[in-house]
Design a protein around this ligand. Sequence first.
Ligand code: SF4
Ligand code: SF4
Length: 390
Amino acid sequence: MIYSDFFDKKISLLGFGAMRLPLLPDGKTIDKGAVEEMVDYAIKRGVNYFDTAFPYHGGMSEIVMGEVLSKYKREDFYLASKYPGHQIAEKYDPADIFEKQLKKCGVEYFDFYLLHNIYELSYEVYTDPKWGILPYFLEQKKRGKIKHLGFSCHGRPDNLKAFLDYANGAMEFCQIQLNYLDWTLQNAKSKYELLHFYGVPVWVMEPLRGGKLAKANVDSPVESAFRFLMGKEDVKVILSGMSDLKQMKENVEIFSSRRPLTPAEEQKLLLAAEGMKNSLPCTACRYCVDGCPMGLDIPNLIATCNDVRYAKEGGLTASMQMEALPPEKHPSACIGCGACARVCPQKIDIPKALKELCDTLPDLPQWSKICKKRAEEAKMLEEKNKEKKP
Ligand code: SF4
Ligand code: SF4
């Protein structure tokens, strides 16, 4: 197993992400026996990093991982979990959630603890002094309940930068979506470079983009994707959301030695990624922005359009980007005047691209979930208001 040095710790470069655990035939319940087998195999071969979170598997991931890991000595594994400030709630009580998490996992402390999913919409929650989120977790670190504090981020680079500035050096690591496709598709390269500038080590999520890169038409697709990341020296942990023992065995084998891609191999892979994207060639020059009568953030909408073109199923990041926009900045606000397209040096038919984005959004399961949740919340609010009326 390859290890990364992090303060006084040696962390396995391969981490076990517990968000896609094996399920029983009912398709809902975690197959604890299968998880035990996977964890046992992993620990015997040197994997020591296990990553769960409050909402994974409807809250059951923390419980199952805690139970499975309880048979090992506490110092033989590192457990990470996350505070769900990105989930819409009426109040955000860090103490209540954190104490529950320790109980669910059956541990006295977390080795690694993350503020889950900083992005455009959750940024306000995480930085609002009313909830006191960062001060609370810094206090838990002082008490030894958290050994290392960090955050995960699905936001754009400017959002990432804003949070790093807000945290003022308190973040010891940052987890981002990083793989050879998102290196350019989701600006992961810029985020990686930004974190390097701030001296914050990188934890990787979605190294295979939810398994899609495992089926990519390149040589040894899984191995190539991991070897791409092995060449990035700030990457300390690569999380893989493994769902069966076969995947675990393959991954453990790949991580038995560090073999980063050669520059020629990396170029070939990045070229293959370009072919996968079917992208609109926006360079983010922003020439189109000033003349838009609706004040739309066109380059970012085009970036989302590109993301959706690739990730038709799921579309988690694209859905979050859309969710963070007020209705008047949504692509549906475009009136099709064409002022933007006339000045676009890349000759992109911007109104057509924005219409395509609007038309595709309802097909994204993640976006449908958000819409359903919003509709339920609106209904609940309406009913509450009715009750208040005499
Ligand atoms: S076509 Fe749409 S995006 Fe382009 S300038 Fe007009 S309103 Fe803005
Ligand atoms: S003018 Fe064209 S290339 Fe420039 S930001 Fe707008 S859409 Fe992108």
